[in-house]
Design a protein around this ligand. Sequence first.
Ligand SMILES: Nc1ncnc2c1ncn2[C@@H]1O[C@H](COP(=O)(O)OP(=O)(O)OP(=O)(O)O)[C@@H](O)[C@H]1O
Ligand SMILES: [Mg+2]
Length: 232
Amino acid sequence: MLLNLHDLDAGYGAKTVISGVSLALEPGQILALLGHNGAGKTTTLKAIMGLLPARAGSVHFDGHPINRLGVADRVATGIRLLPEGRGVFPDLNVADNIEVVAAQNVTGPSPMFRPADIYRLFPVLDERRTTRAGSMSGGQQQMLALSLAILGTPRCLLLDEPSIGLAPNLVERLFEQFHTICKEHGVGAVLVEQNVAAALKIADRVVIMNSGRIVFDGLPDDARKENVWDYF
Ligand SMILES: Nc1ncnc2c1ncn2[C@@H]1O[C@H](COP(=O)(O)OP(=O)(O)OP(=O)(O)O)[C@@H](O)[C@H]1O
Ligand SMILES: [Mg+2]
């Protein structure tokens, strides 16, 4: 098992926002984490990334407890977050965005994704090397954000609403590329999405949250049969 949450509680200040959250993720598996606004999806990703401490319960990565690891150590083990909004440096050009993150994350003898691999995967970023990231289209910025998240050797991607603001055909293309990356390299992923249809298309497993708790955990087909909309 790549990632295992067991009975996890997390929150802000006096407020516990997620409680008793348990989920498991295998290498190469894409888990869609769904739920309405305020359900606790982003909070769950922050707790996995170490941006919020676990108040109770545990997070295991590769079978080891990581509750006490800081964010930098979790990044070094291959846990990567593509945050809500645009996860790029808007004032830097594409090449500098990639170099800044590569300097930090492309380490070890055989990293999975070097800058050259990124330019091969996303030719449009190659063409746009000198373009200021903030001036690119939403789709291209999300492509860059995904690239930054995978530089080095990612093992578990946490994507927070990567499709937001993108035209449907761009979402499909971005998700296809993301799906290929996960399957070809055995990278596990937790995909938080409002675009339920797009997420269900590429997900191996679906978890639905409501008011900080998990209310459904199963296969996409079963989620469809149960009519996931009832949970929203
Ligand atoms: N920084 C914060 N301080 C205090 N409360 C917060 C903070 N961030 C989120 N919350 C609260 O925690 C709850 C869960 O928020 P969270 O952002 O995890 O939901 P979400 O499922 O990601 O929602 P959305 O779909 O809107 O992104 C909400 O009630 C929210 O108001
Ligand atoms: Mg959120």
